[in-house]
Design a protein around this ligand. Structure first.
Ligand SMILES: Cc1cc2nc3c(=O)[nH]c(=O)nc-3n(C[C@H](O)[C@H](O)[C@H](O)COP(=O)(O)OP(=O)(O)OC[C@H]3O[C@@H](n4cnc5c(N)ncnc54)[C@H](O)[C@@H]3O)c2cc1C
Ligand code: FES
Length: 257
């Protein structure tokens, strides 16, 4: 497996939910190598440009056999706003695929827990695993308008449990409350989660109580995205780790003990 630095062609940039966009890129070399849970560093926008000076990390949301690569992202700052305005035919720098992926070992049920944009890498994992095992996705968002439509996952047989903080769709409450009500998972199941730190901690407590293996995908600010600057280093239960190189996917016990 190798990481590449390429210029990817923009195929489409379209809204996916409130303040959320989907970017489809032509990147066959990266798409072919990508595993669920890995990410790319995006930037600069346009060949030869220096902007953004620091590329930004995004989980791989989909990587098709056709060579297309999709990112799903929230509009939070300057670069993500620039990305939302990208017209087809423009080119963006990409470095990837980077980092560890999910192992999601075994053939038992796979329970996925997504908080907000944490759904981005879990859709890729669900699509890869659904043909060979039962997959359930617990998906929490603040309100119905922030939920990304997941028709392709439903068609692939993935059971989706939506939870909204304001009760405007699905079950009212947090996604941690939703999965707790559904649990415990059957013997042989594994859980993979991505989302805010508070949610990850709650899922870790549940997985420990149920004695179910857990993988967590973490987010930090990043600079180089390739292990050189230590900008992404965080203190985990097992010590200091670089999220870009040692992660972003970690065993739940490595993170919380
Ligand atoms: C491994 C990894 C995977 C990621 N995958 C996705 C993804 O699939 N979709 C997605 O929307 N975002 C993802 N992110 C976060 C994404 O990298 C940032 O949202 C992006 O860099 C923001 O760039 P910007 O220039 O628009 O915002 P900036 O102007 O750089 O920042 C705007 C605001 O967002 C905050 N912020 C920026 N990055 C982060 C972060 N990593 N954690 C917490 N706060 C942050 C800043 O503090 C600031 O308040 C991922 C991050 C990592 C490390
Ligand atoms: S971002 Fe530079 S070491 Fe991880």
């Amino acid at each position: 497996m190798s990481c590449r630095r390429i210029q990817a062609e923009v195929l489409e940039s379209a809204p996916a939910a409130a303040d959320t966009f989907r970017l489809r890129l032509r990147a066959p070399d990266v798409a072919r190598e990508a595993r669920p849970g890995q990410f790319v560093m995006l930037g600069p926008i346009d060949h030869g440009a220096l902007d953004p000076f620091l590329p930004r990390p995004f989980s791989i949301h989909r990587a098709g056999p056709d060579g297309d690569l999709e990112l799903l992202y929230a509009l939070v700052g300057r670069v993500t706003r620039d990305m939302a305005r990208l017209a087809p035919g423009r080119r963006v720098g990409l470095l990837g695929p980077q980092g560890t992926g999910f192992s999601a070992a075994g053939t038992g049920e796979l329970w996925l827990v997504a908080g907000g944009l944490g759904v981005a890498p879990l859709v890729f994992l669900a699509e890869r695993e659904a043909p060979r095992r039962k997959v359930r996705l617990f998906y929490g968002v603040r309100s119905a308008d922030r939920a990304v439509p997941l028709l392709r996952l439903q068609e692939a047989g993935v059971a989706i449990d939506l939870a909204t903080d304001d009760g405007s769709a699905g079950s009212p409450g947090t996604v941690a409350q939703r999965i707790e009500a559904a649990g415990p998972p059957p013997a042989g199941a594994v859980i993979a989660a991505c989302g805010p730190w508070k949610m990850l901690r709650a899922i870790h407590s549940l997985a420990a109580r149920w004695d179910t293996p857990l993988e967590l995908s973490l987010e930090t600010r990043m600079a180089c995205g390739m292990g050189a600057c230590l900008g992404c280093a965080i203190q985990l239960a097992v010590g200091r780790r670089r999220v870009c190189l040692d992660g972003p996917v970690f065993d739940g016990r490595e993170v919380f003990g």
